[in-house]
Design a protein around this ligand. Structure first.
Ligand code: S3P
Length: 183
């Protein structure tokens, strides 16, 4: 178990939580490699995430997401930023738990929505009443983030640098404990 602490740090959380931006800073600070599951999918498929959704559909995207995660599962020394929906599949949750220390990055609903809608690259938020969809997805997924996470950071009132410092502090005090996942 101790090796989990020394190897990978995985960032999970909803859209707008700052997983990628904070992950990049954290990787620089910790001198680890930064990997982003969305970026891996984009590189493999030669398609932007929004194009992937519109041309191939969400199910195909989710298949790629799981494939990428399996490929990354044996790698060490990385900061991994994951897509907000990675926790939807049980197989992903089980794998994530084995891969490293999992940080759930969160913020208030309003702040997450504000941050998430800054980018047009979020197909989940296209269409009618994005706010309603956002809120219901967030409410549903929060229990899944909680299920996998070792540590929780609320970044609502923190900038990237402060969030990164909180993560580093939380990891320093983290000790492995038996963690249960429903099978
Ligand atoms: C998704 C979140 C996105 C991306 C895709 C689907 C989701 O990643 O994987 O658009 O279902 O929440 P971010 O959480 O980095 O925005």
């Amino acid at each position: 178990m101790q090796s989990r602490k020394e190897n990978n740090i995985l960032l999970v959380g909803f859209m707008g939580a700052g997983k990628s931006s904070i992950g990049i800073q954290l990787a620089l600070n910790q001198k680890k490699r930064f990997v982003d599951t969305d970026e891996e999918i984009t590189n493999d498929c030669k398609l932007a995430i929004s194009a992937m959704f519109s041309k191939r559909g969400e199910e195909e995207f989710r298949r790629w997401e799981s494939r990428i995660l399996k490929r990354l599962a044996s790698q060490k020394g990385m900061i991994l930023a994951t897509g907000g929906g990675i926790v939807l599949r049980k197989e992903n949750r089980i794998l994530l738990r084995k891969m490293g220390i999992i940080i759930w990055l969160d913020a208030t609903e309003d702040i997450l929505f504000k941050r998430a809608t800054r980018s047009k690259e979020r197909p989940i938020l296209q269409g009618k009443s994005p706010r309603k969809k956002f809120n219901s997805l967030l409410a549903f997924r929060r229990s899944l983030y909680q299920e996998v996470a070792d540590l929780y950071i609320d970044s609502s009132s923190l900038n990237h640098e402060e969030t990164m410092r909180q993560i580093i502090g939380a990891i320093a005090g983290w000790r492995p404990s038996p963690h249960h996942i429903s099978h």
